[in-house]
Design a protein around this ligand. Structure first.
Ligand SMILES: [Zn+2]
Length: 254
């Protein structure tokens, strides 16, 4: 079976280069997400080496600013957004994000810094025609409103944006955890729903998953440093664990 992990933090995992080789050998493809400036640089270094070895065929990456870091990087907002723009320009296949809102971190309030940084990235995703990896812990309704405000969903159903020849951006709801109303609103914007083991926890989310057409579904591990349980694990063992976790998530969908 061909496995694709739509959200993994490769640069935050132990021995990422060796892991990239083991994942390649296991036939495990992925979108590697880098969600703060140090992680962008680390991912680029891995990408250059692993790409040269041929281990990244079928894989992609995403650059963004996570809401957990939004308040901390706000003082360097212009510099970081310029850096993000440069990386997206350099890789025409890179996605934007992860970006979004998280009630556990500073700047979550309406009109706060999380919203400002999320909106800027949503606009950039639209401008470049890139999918936008969205993190939301809290108000999905506010995320949907912001997406509409910046123009997601314009031209929905036609597959063509009215104002450009670039690809149409799709919201990618990473680690999806909302209900049927958000599934319907998201589908009207052409959204992708990325399913994580946690997506089955809430009854309302489990029920909502049945409304998502197969072509709008993806699966993910969201593996990062918190995924590491045994420091002695080899990259090969770690890759096997990722294969198993992702397979279980895919098989959990009724
Ligand atoms: Zn993530």
């Amino acid at each position: 079976m061909k496995l694709f992990d739509s959200h993994i933090h490769l640069a935050r995992l132990p021995q990422p280069l060796n892991l990239a080789r083991s994942l390649h050998q296991a036939g495990f493809k992925y979108c590697a997400v880098a969600c703060e400036p140090w992680e962008w640089t680390a991912l680029d270094e891995i990408w250059e080496k692993a790409g040269g070895e041929g281990w990244l065929e079928g894989c992609g990456k995403a650059y963004g600013i996570h809401p957990m870091i939004a308040a901390k990087i706000a003082c360097d907002f212009d510099k970081n957004m310029a850096d993000l723009r440069r990386r997206l320009e350099k890789d025409p296949d890179a996605q934007t994000g992860e970006a979004g809102l998280d009630k556990r971190y500073e700047g979550y309030e309406p009109g706060g810094v999380q919203e400002e940084i999320f909106r800027a990235q949503a606009r950039m995703a639209m401008e470049f025609g890139r999918d936008l990896q969205i993190h939301c812990v809290g108000d999905y309704g506010r995320v949907i409103r912001i997406l509409r405000e910046v123009g997601f969903g314009a031209g929905a159903g036609t597959g063509v944006r009215p104002d450009a020849c670039v690809k149409r951006s799709r919201p990618v709801f990473h680690r999806f955890g909302a209900d049927a109303g958000i599934v319907k609103a998201g589908l009207s914007l052409g959204a992708i729903f990325s399913i994580h083991a946690d997506s089955f926890r809430k009854k309302a989310t489990r029920e909502a998953l049945a409304l998502i057409p197969a072509e709008n579904l993806r699966f993910e591990t969201d593996a990062d440093e918190s995924f590491v349980q045994d420091a002695n694990e080899t990259p090969q063992q770690f890759a096997e664990k990722l294969v198993q976790t992702l397979s279980e998530t895919i098989n959990a969908l009724p």
